[in-house]
Design a protein around this ligand. Structure first.
Ligand code: FNR
Length: 372
């Protein structure tokens, strides 16, 4: 500001979506921005943030702040991580490679999706020694599941997030109307196409029939039959923290604790799965009160700004996952765009805390926000 240089992208993170809309192809726009059904859940996610207001405090000494923390055994500069999101090449040709490099530049953990357009090994190479976690969609084939876990471990992913709100893909009119599913076109299946177990299961070599390989991955991708009783299998084969993603009910949070999980992500997948579901932020306080002492409670769905992040932390989240804004930054300026989004969000979080009378996010409590 003092040098007279202007930022390349807007610092108004809530406005990024509008800028990104102009950049994305209709297919990418439909896949990334749109939600399930009528969009009611995504709207509810935002409304839940708007309904809660921070109550600033004064004269509490804020010259020095410390947002650093350790979550799931990972040291982080602030309680923020990049949410797992598949097929990032829809937003930018470099896709996940640009995102993981940006996250690494800031020391923010990057979460690798099973449905990514780059493999575990490519992400590890691009991310170097920076912290990273792996998000599993449990395939219908256990051997493939084990192979994914082995490769994730070997590639330096330290925590496992098992996403459970997607036993099948939600009803997404924007994609249905275009007949667009990236995975069937061979996009977002890099982990499969580079996997020895997957390749061994193909009738014909990949090069001879890539279409059949894409179809095969789609058959393996979701696992609607999965039950609580199968979780010990994961524990047996993963020696790091295990977190269940997609929890909206207190009962499921309790079950996660009873089944010996390390954490949960309170999330409704950004409104992409069940139309008319409870806003994730509305579900958070009750869940955090029930299991916050026993489990690491993470949160996503609707976070757009540093102030939103502060609200979620006040309502019981230990850390917050940033979803679509990362893809908007990616679409607008690749790695630089993602760095911009993360840097703005961390700066705004820091500023929100000090302006509200806190020197650390740990001082936030349910009394830091009021519902209006
Ligand atoms: C996602 N999300 C997601 N989650 C997951 O566990 N595995 C995945 O592969 C994906 N893929 C994905 C793609 C795209 C384009 C989006 C927008 C989201 C969900 C993601 O992790 C997170 O829960 C939501 O993005 C949070 O909602 P907001 O804040 O983005 O609205």
């Amino acid at each position: 500001m003092f040098g007279g240089r202007l930022p390349e992208l807007t610092t108004d993170l809530a406005a990024l979506e509008d800028s990104a809309r102009a950049r994305l192809s209709p297919e990418a726009l439909g896949y990334i921005v749109a939600s399930a059904g009528s969009g009611a859940t995504a709207r509810a996610n935002r409304a839940a943030f708007d309904r809660r207001r921070i109550v600033p405090r004064i004269l509490r000494g804020g010259a020095r702040r410390d947002l650093s923390c350790t979550v799931l055994g990972t040291a982080m500069p602030a309680p923020v991580a990049v949410a797992p999101m598949g097929v990032q090449t829809l937003a930018h040709p470099e896709g996940e490679l640009a995102s993981v490099r940006a996250a690494a530049a800031l020391g923010v953990p990057y979460i690798h999706s099973t449905q990514a357009a780059h493999s575990f090994e490519q992400i590890a190479e691009a991310g170097g020694g920076a912290p990273r976690w792996y998000q599993l969609y449990w395939p219908t084939d256990r051997e493939l599941c084990l192979s994914f876990l082995r490769r994730a471990k070997a590639s330096g992913f330290s925590a496992l997030l098992l996403t459970l709100d997607t036993p099948l893909l939600g009803w997404r009119p924007a994609d249905l109307d275009r007949g667009f599913l990236p995975f069937l076109r061979g996009q977002g299946i890099a982990n499969y196409l580079s996997d020895p177990v997957f390749l061994a299961g193909l009738d014909k070599p990949l090069e001879e029939d890539p279409g059949a390989a894409a179809l095969h991955s789609a058959r393996l991708f979701s696992n609607p039959g999965l039950r609580w009783e199968e979780l010990p299998f994961l524990r047996e084969h993963w020696d790091g923290p295990i977190v269940l993603k997609g929890i909206c009910a207190v009962e499921d949070a309790e079950l996660a604790a009873e089944h010996g999980m390390d954490g949960i992500v309170v999330s409704n997948h950004g409104g992409r799965q069940v139309d008319g579901a409870v806003a994730a932020l509305d579900a958070l306080p009750e869940i955090a009160a029930a299991v916050g002492e026993r489990l690491t409670v993470l949160f996503d769905s609707g976070v757009r700004t540093g102030a939103d992040t502060a609200k979620a932390l006040a309502l019981g989240a230990r850390a917050v996952l940033i979803g679509r804004p990362v893809l908007y930054g990616l679409a607008l300026a690749g790695q630089r765009g993602v760095e911009h989004v993360l840097r703005c969000l961390l700066a705004e979080l820091d500023l929100t805390l000090v302006l509200s009378g806190y020197t650390s996010h740990r001082q936030l409590t349910a009394r830091s926000v009021r519902e209006v």
